[in-house]
Design a protein around this ligand. Structure first.
Ligand code: PLP
Length: 494
């Protein structure tokens, strides 16, 4: 006999079973009792997924759920592990994950108000809260969307339509002068990708160099802006980063914002990573000038410890939030014009739109904004402490001081040295060391290329990581280096 898939009792049993198992998992992940990444080669793992999916119900549903859960957890990277220091995904707040379950079961769509009354109102409340944190007036507004990439696309689409007064939206790019986008050489790749998607083309990108701390160089911006204008191009936007991907650097937002005001240029800030510093009493100063943005993108699924995806696209003026997808259609969806703001599909690419605000909202209702701000502070502090540790060691060098919670560095063993002629060897060394450290299962870090050199990169996304864990990483890198010597001397493959 098939169980009724909608049986509430079955859901209750499975729900208890899943939450119980996840809580046990969380306990061991936080204590570092699982390998941070049980690494398997994709092709080897793929063999397990070749079979057809079942036609018939499982004989024992609970045993099947338990097996599935163990399989998924066992083949996942563990972001709650204190040794997780890799890409920009946080150890999420567990209560926010439960909110995702609520959203999933209700399956409301925050595209139009009647399809998600609570979901829409919560999203509007979250947007107002974020705008207030930026320091914007009641006129500010925005929308939640699915990720920073889509956020940048949405904001820059608004910028393009604004710059062309809607002509690009209506007639495409054949009307008007060639367009340009001024972007630092450290901007996230989605900004360049957006230039392609928006039809500006990659040639529209004017790359602005950065200083030794990977912050946009304002004098170069001024020079290149002048050049661009002299070439008869219209600037769609000047893009700043509040937390670059590679090094977590904050561009000089205040100076950039002033420059944009003077030139009447759209100032887009990609704050996907670092805008959350606004909630840290200690580090809020890093975002100075963020309020000068014409558009701001901010991922909650990075530094507000919320499960992915949840990204805010914010504007200081409500009307800008309608510029991306239409110039005049703000009253199409709602019968009453005063209700138009509640039909969020007018402002996002999504049609069916997840009620994603609920997860942050529940976390705030339970823990409060102060506690979440303290988590931001904790991870930024950790990066500074790590930088201090590394600077005290003769065989490590930093790419730059820690600006946020991202730190890039190189291991420079004395026998390789740091001369120009050793650059390639040193690059390979970083990659090899990283591979060995990751394979050990105690730490997970990544690498990046900065100015043609390979660096190890840590992003401290887990507030439960401690200075001891960071000392452990330093030891692990040195051990990985020694094991390389051993393997070379015994002729083993590396
Ligand atoms: C600065 C920056 N912008 C945009 C993105 C893209 O965001 P998402 O991964 O949410 O699409 C990232 C992702 O790491 C980022 O670091």
């Amino acid at each position: 006999m098939h169980p009724d898939p909608y049986d509430p009792e079955l859901f209750r049993r499975h729900g208890h079973q899943v939450v119980e198992a996840l809580a046990t998992y969380l306990d061991s992940a936080l204590a570092g009792q699982v390998p941070v990444l049980p690494l398997r080669a994709p092709l080897e793992l793929a063999e397990q997924y070749q079979g057809a999916l079942p036609l018939d119900a499982a004989d024992d549903a609970e045993a099947e759920v338990a097996r599935c859960l163990a399989q998924v957890i066992g083949q996942s990277i563990h972001l709650h592990h204190p040794g997780y220091m890799g890409h920009q995904l946080p150890a999420v707040l567990p209560v926010a994950a439960l909110a995702d379950l609520i959203s999933s079961l209700l399956n409301n769509s925050a595209a139009i108000h009647e399809m998600a009354q609570a979901g829409t109102q919560i999203e509007r409340q979250v947007i107002r809260w974020l705008c207030a944190a930026v320091g914007w007036s009641q006129d500010s507004d925005g929308v939640l969307t699915s990720g920073g990439s889509l956020g940048n696309l949405t904001a820059l689409l608004a910028a393009r339509n604004h710059a062309t007064q809607g002509a690009a939206w209506r007639q495409g790019l054949r009307a008007g002068p060639p367009l340009a986008l001024l972007v630092s050489d450290q901007a996230h790749y989605t900004v360049a990708r957006t230039a392609g998607v928006l039809g500006l083309g990659q040639d529209a990108i004017v790359t602005i160099p950065t200083d030794s701390c990977f912050r946009l160089d304002v004098s170069a911006l001024e020079r290149l802006y002048r050049q661009t204008a002299q070439q008869g191009k219209k600037v769609v936007a000047i893009v700043g980063s509040a937390g670059t991907t590679a090094t977590g650097s904050f561009d000089p937002l205040h100076e950039m914002g002033e420059f944009c005001r003077e030139k009447n240029a759209w100032f887009h800030i990609d704050g996907s990573h670092g805008a959350s510093a606004l909630f840290s009493e200690k580090y809020r100063g890093l975002t100075e000038g963020i309020e000068l943005a014409s558009s701001l993108v901010w991922d909650m699924h990075k530094m507000l410890f919320t499960p992915s995806l949840i990204t805010a696209v914010l504007f200081p003026h409500r009307q800008y939030s309608y510029d991306a997808f239409s110039q005049e259609a703000s009253y199409l969806f709602a019968r009453r014009p005063e209700e138009a703001d509640f039909d969020l599909a007018l402002r996002t690419l999504e049609c069916t739109k997840r009620t994603m605000g609920i997860k942050l909202w529940l976390a705030l209702r339970v823990h409060g904004a102060k506690a979440i701000g303290e988590l931001v502070t904790k991870t930024f502090d950790l990066a500074r402490e790590f930088a201090t540790l590394l600077k005290a060691e003769p065989d490590f060098e930093l790419a730059a001081e820690a600006a946020s919670n991202i730190l890039c560095f190189r291991h420079v063993p004395l026998e390789i040295g740091n001369s120009e002629s050793e650059t390639k060897r040193l690059d390979e060394h970083q990659l090899e060391v990283r591979q060995r450290v990751v394979a050990s299962g105690k730490h997970f870090l990544v690498h990046t290329v900065l100015r043609n050199k390979v660096y190890l990169r840590t992003t401290l996304m887990n507030p439960r990581t401690t200075v001891e864990d960071l000392k452990g990483l330093i030891r692990a890198i040195r051990e990985a280096d020694r094991s390389a010597d051993l393997q070379v001397s015994t002729g083993m493959p590396t």
